[in-house]
Design a protein around this ligand. Structure first.
Ligand code: SAH
Ligand code: SF4
Length: 348
């Protein structure tokens, strides 16, 4: 059954699924997830992953970035945010707390911060692999040379998240300055794959100038790449970027894309992203019902969490990590899934 779904959609049929048509865009999300597309996505997800939701402890270890992606609040030219870096000891302490709370994967994310040399990143990875045997380390530190990626892998890194952002070169050029290209982004993803990482691609839904046919290209690109993880979340404007005045991506468009991706990539690890939780109080739970099967509770120190702002977050809702994690576990159980203590590798 899964194989058949994978092969039989024409571009037009796929566009219809992405754009919605029916149910309409203003359908309440709670009703949307009960519609046939979403039921199908949930059935596919249950067939491969049952009701398990894998959890990853997210550690945002530096908000310095040398790049200037037009959509992102961490861009180098944003001089209005205080910058921070965690030390290796602080990173290990965050992972400790994540481990105590049932995380068996740690996701280390940052801007492209040249302060962290390859040697330092390898040191951090290998100390985590030593201290937490059997756990996975995921890196999300941007575009690097193939040699750098190889060195992190040799140090023990298991997975790498690098959203392709958009597969269309023209669209990519509207979202980034001229020193960044879709070609290099894609080359990085293929390098990572060839080295042997479990690789995550992905995109923002509703990013400025995005059209439905761009999303189609994204799906076609990912069908060729076959990523193990696919991260999608709404574009959310950040006040101190050139895109401050663009509208945010909608929850419904995101949920629909999550459902389509689950059907097209039955084995993928698809997170219910934090950005979805920003646009709707139950955004993450709805995404799980739409086919997502991963959550990434934040284990960054409370003191720096408000400074890691690719997009404007809600203020005052982000409490202590262990309590957040407990609440998330309960709300996931409340909708019939189970947040499991598991390294959570991709099933192939
Ligand atoms: N520097 C690394 C990792 C940090 S950024 C990298 O770029 O890969 C992680 C992700 O945040 C980006 O891939 C992007 O998709 C997302 N992001 C950045 N700005 C955003 C915004 N304004 N709204 C929603 N997501 C955003
Ligand atoms: Fe830097 Fe990543 Fe933000 Fe681009 S998206 S400015 S690379 S942190």
């Amino acid at each position: 059954m899964i194989k058949k779904i994978n092969c039989t959609f024409s571009d037009n049929e796929l566009l219809l699924l992405i754009e919605g048509g029916s149910p309409a865009e203003n359908t309440p999300p709670e009703a949307l997830v009960k519609s046939p597309l979403f039921r199908r996505a949930d059935a596919v997800r249950r067939e491969v992953y049952g009701n398990a939701v894998y959890a990853r402890g997210l550690i945002e270890f530096s908000n310095y970035c040398r790049n200037n992606c037009l959509y992102c609040g961490l861009r180098a030219e944003n001089s209005q945010i205080p910058r921070y870096r965690l030390t290796r000891e602080e990173i290990v302490a965050c992972c400790d707390s994540a481990y105590q709370n049932g995380m068996r994967t740690f996701v280390l994310q940052s801007g492209e911060d040249p302060h962290f040399s390859d040697h330092e990143i390898c040191g951090i990875v290998s100390s985590l692999k030593q201290k937490f045997p059997g756990c996975a380390v995921t890196l999300s530190v941007g575009e690097k040379s193939r040699e750098s990626y190889q060195s992190y892998f040799d140090a023990g890194a298991d997975r790498y998240l690098l959203r392709h952002e958009t597969a269309n070169g023209g669209h990519y050029a509207k979202l980034h300055p001229s020193d960044m290209t879709a070609e290099n982004r894609k080359k990085c993803l293929y390098d990572l794959k060839e080295i042997g990482y479990q690789v995550g691609a992905g995109l923002m839904v509703g990013s400025p100038y995005q059209t439905p046919s761009h999303l189609l290209e994204d799906i076609r690109f990912m069908r060729a790449l076959q990523p193990d993880m696919i991260g999608v979340g709404p574009f959310i404007p950040h006040g101190q970027t050139p895109f401050a005045k663009f509208p945010r991506g909608t929850l419904n468009a995101c949920l629909r894309l999550v459902a389509v991706l689950r059907i097209f990539f039955p084995h993928a690890l698809i997170p219910a992203t934090t950005a979805l939780g920003v646009v709707h109080p139950y955004g993450r739970e709805l995404a799980l019902q739409a086919g997502a099967n991963v959550v990434m509770p934040n284990f960054s120190p409370l003191s720096t969490r408000a400074l890691y702002v690719p997009y404007n977050k809600k203020t005052g809702v982000d409490g202590e990590a262990a309590a957040n994690c407990r609440r998330l576990r309960e709300s996931i159980a409340g909708i019939g899934y189970e947040m499991v203590v598991d390294v959570g590798n991709v099933k192939r």
